[in-house]
Design a protein around this ligand. Structure first.
Ligand code: PGA
Length: 219
């Protein structure tokens, strides 16, 4: 059986209290599977509490963040550095199309990947197709076609697999290609059973503890 990665991207949702409530419910539904690596990415303000909860309760879950500064440190109001984030998180989502649509460039993503590597945060780089450049050293990529994100209209598993195969053949260092875009407990297995897809990046369906744990069970 292949190893899979399941990422929950909470985007701009959940207060610290909501995150706490999610975790206490999730703990009662979630059964860890050795072949499935689970990463939850809350908003920055909840990252500390989420990582503390996971440690205290020995949950088999990692904590990621959804972005990081492209600058190492200094006078960059409102930014969060990779060095500071590393105290709480092990992974970082970079280059999500929602960030690219606000002006984040391939060059920005490259700078962020470099800082993530320096501070041992594992980047998960999002791409909308196989032509987006992926910086060297990246091991985890998420293929997320824009029209599938948050719409309830996922890509077909066959097409997603084709894109995942193309990404791997262009970038031989990549170990995992995840699929993202309207993933649910009902459709997740149709993606993860494909030869070149190694997991999923889940937005909306990761916000509910029952549906997120069902995705982990079903994949
Ligand atoms: P969705 O979002 O699962 O709500 O479609 C996926 C993502 O944008 O990461």
């Amino acid at each position: 059986m292949k190893n899979l990665i399941v990422v929950g991207n909470w985007k701009e949702n959940k207060t610290v209290e909501d995150a706490q409530k999610f975790l206490s419910e999730f703990t009662s539904f979630y059964t860890a599977r050795p072949e499935v690596y689970v990463i939850i990415c809350p908003q920055f303000l909840s990252v500390d509490r989420v990582s503390e909860y996971i440690k205290m309760n020995r949950l088999e879950v990692r904590v990621g963040i959804q972005n990081v500064s492209k600058f190492e440190e200094g006078a960059h109001t409102g930014e969060v550095s990779a060095r500071a984030a590393k105290e709480f998180a092990s992974h970082v989502i970079l280059g999500h199309s929602e960030r690219r649509s606000m002006g984040e460039s391939d060059g920005d993503v490259r700078m962020k990947v470099e800082l993530a590597a320096k501070y041992e945060l594992e980047p998960i780089v999002c791409v909308v197709n196989e032509d987006v450049p992926i910086p060297q050293g990246v091991k985890i990529v998420a293929y997320e076609p824009v029209e599938a994100i948050g719409t309830g209209n996922p890509d077909t598993p066959q097409n997603a697999d084709k894109v995942a195969e193309a990404i791997k053949s262009k970038n031989p260092d990549i170990a995992y290609v995840l699929y993202g875009g309207s993933v649910t407990a009902e459709n997740v297995a149709s993606f993860t059973k494909m030869e070149h897809i190694d997991g999923v990046l889940v937005g909306g369906a990761s916000l509910d503890p029952t549906s997120f744990s069902s995705i982990i069970k079903a994949c």
